[in-house]
Ligand binder design. Structure first.
Ligand code: GLV
Ligand code: GLV
Length: 324
């Protein structure tokens, strides 16, 4: 019989065609809600492949309940929602969606940077709420982006693509990363600096680093305190890199000027989240790669990743190559 693939969200059907040829495919049918944990555990038992979202916790319990599982393919470049060491131990492939979302995520990150610097959400609300009675010289005045210093923490593919956008704004580009990226230095004029130098001298501190043990709680009060009081903090990677209480305190104490956040520690957040009471916080619902075109590409790549593993071929994107 055909292998069984379970998809944890209702995803557009057309990108699943390559999968339907080789597998029995079932998906959580409801559009508005994620699969409940008990359903996921039940479905995992008999699955040969799981097609997962970044919001699904694929921990040891899920992996151990599965008897035939060969691949967990995540609809994301990040895979911190999956216990990769445990999957590797069980010879289960973990796949992700790099490359196809790089430009789209860099676009959103730069849009968030500009929206935060130039106070676009506040300004839009001001007009829509009928508060625009007069023009004034400093009405909704924000911060310049052009010719400023951007400091990118995490210079992977997406970080480098954000840097490429920054060149168009004549920005001075600093970066910090585990390893030097000489290509980015030569082609984009980016300068490698220590983490401390980056946070102390950047006008925009942009976090693109993945969630790892090294980046967990990286941005503490002490770090925000070292930033310029005019600095704008942008996070488009994972919420776990920020101690949110510390960021809230730093904003309250005017240690930094503003924050643009696409990600949070516990998503989704409600309207009562403490960061939202600050008018200089621009908050987005984790939409970095959310363009219609890119979500289609990502879904198709997940389908190909699953098909390749099930057919014994190398998938295009695998996190734990050693299982092959
Ligand atoms: C989104 O956050 C992703 O990891 O693709
Ligand atoms: C990480 O994989 C990135 O693309 O930046």
């Amino acid at each position: 019989s055909k292998p069984y693939v379970y998809i944890t969200r209702n995803v557009p059907a057309e990108s699943l065609e390559p999968l339907r040829d080789v597998a029995e495919v079932e998906m959580w049918p409801h559009k508005e809600t994620p699969v409940p944990r008990e359903v996921l555990l039940e479905k995992a038992k008999t699955s040969d492949a799981l097609f997962t979202m970044l919001s699904d916790k694929i921990d040891a319990e899920v992996l151990d309940s599965a008897e035939n599982l060969k691949v967990v393919a995540n609809l994301a470049v990040g895979f911190d929602n999956i216990d990769v060491p445990h999957a590797t131990e069980k010879k289960i492939a973990v796949c992700n969606t790099p490359e196809v979302l790089t430009d789209t995520t860099a676009d959103l990150t730069f849009a968030l940077l500009m929206a935060t610097a130039r106070r676009l959400p506040e300004a839009v609300d001001y007009v829509k709420n009928g508060e625009w009675q007069n023009w004034a010289p400093l009405l909704m005045a924000g911060h310049d982006v052009h010719h400023k210093t951007i400091g990118i923490v995490g210079m992977g593919r997406i970080g480098q693509t954000v840097a490429k956008r920054a060149t168009g704004f004549d920005m001075n580009i600093l970066y910090h990363n585990r390893s030097r990226k000489t290509e980015a230095e030569n082609e984009l004029g980016a300068s490698y600096v220590s983490f401390d130098e980056l946070i102390e001298t950047s006008d925009f501190v942009v976090c693109m680093a993945p969630a790892t043990n090294d980046t967990e709680d990286l941005f503490t009060y002490e770090v925000f305190e070292k930033m310029k009081s005019s600095a704008i903090f942008i996070n488009a990677s994972r919420g776990s890199v920020v101690v949110e209480n510390d960021l809230e305190k730093a904003l309250a104490n005017k240690e930094i000027a503003a924050a643009g956040l696409d990600v949070f520690r516990h998503e989704p957040i409600g309207a009562d989240h403490p960061l939202l009471k600050h008018s200089n916080v621009v908050a987005l619902p984790h939409i970095g790669s959310a363009s219609v075109e890119t979500r289609k590409e990502m879904t198709a790549l997940v389908s190909r990743n699953i098909r390749n593993v099930l057919e014994g071929n190398s998938p295009e994107a695998i996190v734990n190559e050693e299982v092959l």
